[in-house]
Write a protein that binds this ligand. Structure first.
Ligand SMILES: Cc1cc2nc3c(=O)[nH]c(=O)nc-3n(C[C@H](O)[C@H](O)[C@H](O)COP(=O)(O)O)c2cc1C
Length: 200
């Protein structure tokens, strides 16, 4: 029997894939925001973004993005962006925890630019999965005004051919997402099984 205790964790990041979110800055350049708050509902992807982020500001004014999904081996490139913001000046609370302004996140993370097909922000060529998406709704909840819930609709999916099975499936044995687990980076372990609805 498990014996549970009550705890008061500072964070509740219980393990979610890292997304590198491309958005368009006012000057037409592309910003990249690392996030882990996202989930898919059919062809829609819901994102959780802090109101102090440049990514959110961009989505309010230019409502399209690319949801780039890095492979687990790319964690150092993600971490190279962890203390950077595209927002200038840097918000005071971010400056206090060591953030600095960076205009060129592609250079900072050693990423390669790739033009998108249906949206204006650029894709990150190294990411095996890239979802081009349009923003459908942004909500700042009245109970937590420092976060926004951004609803997007995926309009185009790009997959590394090595993880694709035909054009309808992603091979879960070949795709290795980067998991953000209580502020530590992990890959996936061995497969445990599959759901009765799996077709691969
Ligand atoms: C692995 C990782 C996951 C993160 N997850 C989120 C998240 O889900 N939502 C969020 O708003 N910020 C998240 N952050 C913090 C943002 O990266 C940070 O706010 C950054 O300033 C965003 O860049 P921007 O200001 O240029 O948009 C995360 C950072 C890292 C490194």
């Amino acid at each position: 029997m498990i014996s549970h205790i009550t705890i008061h964790p500072k964070i509740l990041y219980y393990g979610a894939p890292v997304v590198l979110l491309s958005t368009e800055n006012a000057d037409g350049s592309t910003n990249i925001s690392p996030i882990s708050s996202s989930w898919a509902l059919g062809s829609f992807v819901i994102l959780g973004l802090g109101v102090g982020s440049q990514g959110l500001e961009n989505l309010k004014d230019r409502p399209a993005c690319v949801i780039n999904l890095p492979d687990a081996e790319m964690w150092r490139q993600v971490e190279a962006l962890a203390s950077l913001t595209g927002k200038n000046p840097v918000p005071a609370y971010k400056e206090e925890i060591g953030f600095r302004y960076e205009k060129d996140k592609f250079a900072a993370g050693s990423f390669t630019r790739a033009a998108s097909k249906s949206v204006r922000p650029e894709r990150i060529a190294e990411c095996p999965l890239q979802l081009e998406a349009e923003v459908r709704h942004i909500r700042i909840p009245e109970y937590a005004e420092s976060f926004a819930i951004v609803e997007t609709e995926v309009v185009q999916v790009h997959a590394d051919e090595r993880i694709a099975i035909g054009d309808r499936y992603v091979d879960p044995k070949a795709w290795n997402p980067l998991i953000y687990n209580f502020r530590h980076y992990f890959g996936l372990g061995e497969e445990k099984g599959k759901t009765y609805r799996s077709e691969t």
